[in-house]
Design a protein. Sequence first.
Lengths: 534, 318
Amino acid sequence: MLQFAKWKTTLVALVVAAGIVFVLPNFFPRDSVEKWPGWLPNQQINLGLDLQGGSHLLLEVDVDSVIRERLESLESEVRRALRSDRINYRGIGLEQNGVRVRLTNPDQREDAVRILRGLSQPIVTNAFLAVGARDLDVQVDDEGIARLRLTDEAITERRRAAVEQSIEIVRRRIDETGTREPSIQRQGDDRILVQLPGVDDPDRIKRLLGQTARLTFQLVDLDARPGGRPPPGSVVLPADPRSSSHQTEYIVRREVIISGENLINASTTFDQQSGGPAVSFRFDAAGGRRFGQVTTDNVGRPFAIVLDGKVISAPNIRQPILGGSGIISGGFSVQEANDLSLLLRAGALPAPLNILEERSVGPGLGADSVAAGELASIIAFLAVMVFMVMAYGMFGLVANVALLVNMILIGGGLSLLQATLTLPGIAGVVLTIGMAVDANVLIFERIREEVRTGKTPIAAIDAGYSRALTTIIDANVTTLIAAVLLFQFGSGPVKGFAVTLAFGIASSMFTAITLTRLIVISWMRWRRPTALPI
Amino acid sequence: MAWRLRLVPEKTRVPFMQMRKAAFGLSGILAVLSIVLLVILGLNFGIDFRGGTLIQVKTTGPANISVMRDAVGSLQLGDLALQEFGEPDEVLIRVERQAGDSAEQLGAVEVIKRALEEVIEGDIEYRRVEFVGPQVSGELVRAGALALGLALAAMLVYIWFRFEWQFSVGAVTALVHDVILTFGFFAITGLEFNLSIVAAILTIVGYSMNDTVVVYDRVRENLRKFKKTDLKELIDLSINDTLSRTTLTSVTTMLALVALVVVGGPVIAGFVLAMIWGVVIGTYSSIFVAAPVLLYLGVRREAFDKKTDEDAGDATPA
């Protein structure tokens, strides 16, 4: 009866030793742990953003706007193509995922379809997909209405590309701010989860991510009458609030001379005339050439520097700008100039980003939460230990050893799996302290019952452990079900709670069934008691 | 034998099943009351479920909440709530969801910060800023409801699989009872109902289930042991057998929870209060809801015959 298989003893010893080894790095400062030799485990428990401070941002890429833009440019391509081939048409317009145009001359239908099909572009995905898939489907019905629709594959592909490119730009912008260890992940179809540990100014990050930062250089239309309707090919744009000019709107040629894509560098500088902060930029070779040519042709006329549809400034071209560089001045503060040059360096987003969720915790609150959690854990730990000794005497001490080992295993497990500890997670640990003794309580109560039926100590202990086993398993599996569902459906901090709860249940079952049994049996072999002190 | 703390006498014979009518009455009244309160008062939903913005600030020295309320109130941001949070120098500001796109919401945070900085002397520490958009709050509601529903369903199936269908109906009735009463608790106290409360409810469900299973397990064992004993007497016996354990585990869990509510800080206070309530009603419902349901539904005793127990037949109820 007092047998405890050797392999079980070894297993218990190994698990406990592993727990100690993996929990150990948490008791040393991080920078000293990093210098440990490679064969030692050096992973510490990850603290969630609610404990170490930081920002959690859930962004949504406005992918519909990418599709809308493609359709709008398709509409003007259709117009231009039909016009240049002298195809008669009327009533051109956008519809769901496509462009529709009425062909007025039935004889031209075949030509028109050929021309319109020519507007389609190959879908560029990876090499494994069917080569030659085009993004447009062109149909003409009996009444001469031609419909160009973006194919489903094309839409999927554009959306995918927009999200991926957005992630890249978000990453570049955040890297430029010098945030350490940011985590930027795609979530679902069109969402980006950004986690920034230790960031102290989340508002700045939000401002930086909230701008598309599409920069264009366009000529100002001097022929248009201010205040009137802009001529075709021109558009009225409002002035940016940061603009130092008193003009509130500009009439600007639609044609983009050059865009931010051709920028290779941007940095903050000071405007020599006004002395205020400004942003200097450099074009790549192709951009520099084009800019030089346009400025040569338009000396004496103003051009507009447009950011996200608003005119920042509209300087006069005093002489051809051939060096491929220039400055943007406006009524910037230093911070604004810094931010703008950062945005220009990182590049424009393919689509606007919406912030769906933000959770930012300052470092002060995080530290307070850690301290409160530690204190609560220690108090709970001591209270439960004292209570267990009062209730079960020596057996209570055994349960307390198991409780301590439980804490070590939870800590070691969290470190090993690099799970994240959150504030609700600490609550889960404390709750586990209270609930972990349950398995032992079940066993001890059972042993007491067996003693009362007149069994010998050895028989009582044996029966106590084996009978309590099914109860322990049934009772804990149900709690485990709750923990798994919490992990599946919970977000952030709640997930952290589910993790510690699940760890706590698993380790308390393990220690109750194996460790305390081993201790009790060893004690019995040593003392050979005639009555159990329970 | 050495002295032991005994919360429950060694041998109890409490006639729990005789109290079942009174207990059902009490549970019924509490459940109806909870639903009525839920309808009349509703829940004080946090921004997780309602959408909106939350800002927790810490001021140097005690915060002047009325001045802060006036300053933020003058911004016309709609429904606004300010409350002291844990300490006299900490204030929680909640603003309802702003109309318009996410730029409006983010604008609201900056506008509030500026307004506060104008009226408050000394440094302001922004301890926490949370914003939840309408899309996300809708998803969180759905995910929470789904998790709760799935938890109940999974436990129903597990208990059915391990016991008999009567047990699983009894256990889930007790769980539904616990969940309704917890909602009632939140309706009447007006404590904020947020994501962590959903976690608390799921944990309560787990805890209550744990308690119920311990009693059921003993019922199953006694069914095999005492084949002739009347079911009512047998259930009473099983509850009394496990009463000491039920009490001890509730006490140790409570010790831990009280430690958390006293020193754990205001952020998790709501979660812990929900848990404390849950431990009380979870323990109650295992004895007074889950067990009596078994009595009403009856148990097919043959179902437990096929598995023989070493003690079968050689014992009589104590």
